[in-house]
Design a binder for this molecule. Structure first.
Ligand code: 5CA
Length: 438
């Protein structure tokens, strides 16, 4: 992508309204623009990252056997009256009246709607287990939206819903999502620790919050430091097999959020030098809630004994848009964002220090074409800004590599290649640069 033809409204100064680093850097890197409290436009650079995060989430949901669909954002209040949550959900629900005076709402979550879809077509236990998911914008009229996309009012969530004949089978579905989450976050360069959690308005009695440790996290958390050393299940993990050992391994050490922590138990079960009490960002939550929705909504299947039984369900959310904030909180320095390669908006920032120069132009054009041909996503800064501004912008947007083409270096046929994470710089020929980056 040529920067001269892109839209990247970099801010030179720190916006005063941003209280935490991820909010500050997303604004400065021209990734989002606030339209109203907790509601953002996703500008081109931010959207590229959002789409990459979404793709990783989809790949791991598919690996775990979840099937993707897409439900609407606007829902009928009638469904929520059936489950009894229409009144109970409270002020966070954005209620809408359509032209026919029908009560509608902007969906904060989709348990009722997915149960309606299920009950309309699934009749037999032979169709189970089933896990349906979508990635869709939600609206929650948070009393105090803040920290940018971390706590928005309109936000992107992956929400999956599992359906099983009984609790034992439902726990197997729960375990598949649990393992999928361990893999999903690690692929984005995060270590998310599963912590026992409250179930809140979703309900149920088995739930884990997946927490990324960060000083600016909204939750206070208490856990065993061994979590930071664990390996995650590999690509070959058998989702049709018994995953209970993996779940047991990841829930055997103490980990709890402030809502459910038992300090006596924490201190008794974790040696002092292994105790972590920190703040964390909740990037996902898993719930098993049995027949909480299937009972009132009549979502039943005919069991092996011929009797109709309400299905046992679970729901599993990932904060897709929140993850941009979480990744930046976990990976930045004083100059800006440091994107893990898996979610970086581009892999390489190619900087022409002197557009129009007989040396730098041909080298940049040739390298740009060859990198793009090799499948490397390049942001080519072909603008005529000052060098200092170019360097600062590249550091703020945090692409994994910068390739600097300047007349001085090119006199010796050399480009400067900088690793954004380590800060290491090498002087390499164009060919060596291409070999290093492909
Ligand atoms: N206001 C918000 N802004 C950004 N992300 C949010 C917000 N509220 C929740 N999330 C993200 O969405 C994830 C799932 O939300 S949740 O309430 O825990 N779970 C559900 O809604 C269930 N229906 C799971 S399918 C959270 O773990 C969090 O990462």
């Amino acid at each position: 992508m040529r920067l001269s033809r892109y839209f990247l409204p970099i801010l030179k100064e720190n916006p005063k309204e941003a209280e935490i680093v991820s909010h500050r850097l997303m604004l400065r890197a021209g990734m989002i623009r606030q339209q109203s409290a907790g509601i953002y436009s996703w500008l081109p650079l931010g959207l590229r990252v959002l789409n990459k995060i979404q793709r990783i989430v989809e790949e791991e949901q598919h690996r775990a056997g979840a099937v993707q669909l897409l439900m609407p954002t606007v829902q009928s209040a009638d469904l929520w009256r059936e489950s009894g949550r229409y009144e109970a959900y409270g002020k966070e629900m954005l209620r809408i009246t359509d032209r026919h005076e029908r009560d509608m709402l902007f969906g904060p979550t989709n348990e009722e709607m997915i149960t309606d879809i299920f009950r309309s077509s699934v009749r037999s236990y032979k169709d189970l287990p089933l896990n349906l998911y979508h990635i869709q914008w939600k609206f929650r009229d948070e009393v105090r939206p803040r920290f940018g996309v971390m706590r928005g009012r309109e936000f992107l969530m992956k929400d999956a819903y599992s359906f099983d004949l009984d609790q034992e089978k439902a726990v197997e579905s729960y375990n598949r999502m649990f393992v999928a989450y361990l893999r999903t976050y690690r692929r984005m360069g995060l270590t998310a620790i599963p912590m026992r959690a409250e179930t809140g308005p979703i309900g149920g009695d088995l739930s884990h919050e997946f927490i990324v440790l960060a000083e600016t996290g909204e939750s206070a958390v208490y856990c065993h430091s061994d979590f930071l050393e664990k390996d995650i299940p590999g690509n070959d993990v058998d989702f049709d097999g018994d995953l209970s050992a993996i779940v047991a391994d990841w829930t055997s050490n103490y980990a709890a959020t402030e809502d459910v922590v038992d300090m006596a138990e924490f201190e008794a079960s974790v040696p002092e030098d292994k105790r972590i009490s920190a703040r964390g960002i909740e990037v996902g939550q898993t719930f098993y809630f049995g027949t909480k929705y299937s009972e009132p909504m009549g979502a039943t299947v005919t069991g092996p004994d011929g009797k109709d039984v309400p299905v046992h369900m679970g729901s599993y959310g990932v904060g897709v848009s929140r993850l941009l904030g979480a990744i930046i909180e976990a990976s930045h320095d004083e100059n800006g964002i440091i994107w893990p390669a898996s979610v970086a908006p581009f892999h390489v920032g190619l900087v022409n220090l002197k557009p129009g120069d007989a040396l730098t132009d041909p080298v940049c054009e040739d390298l740009y074409a060859k990198m793009e041909a090799a499948g490397i996503e390049v942001l080519y800064d072909d603008t005529d800004q000052r060098a200092g501004a170019k360097f600062a912008a590249m550091d703020v947007i945090g692409l994994p590599y910068q390739v600097i083409a300047g007349p001085r270096g090119l006199k010796d046929g050399l480009l400067e290649v900088k690793d954004r994470k380590t800060g290491e710089k090498e002087m390499l020929s164009a060919e060596a640069t291409l070999n290093k980056l492909t």
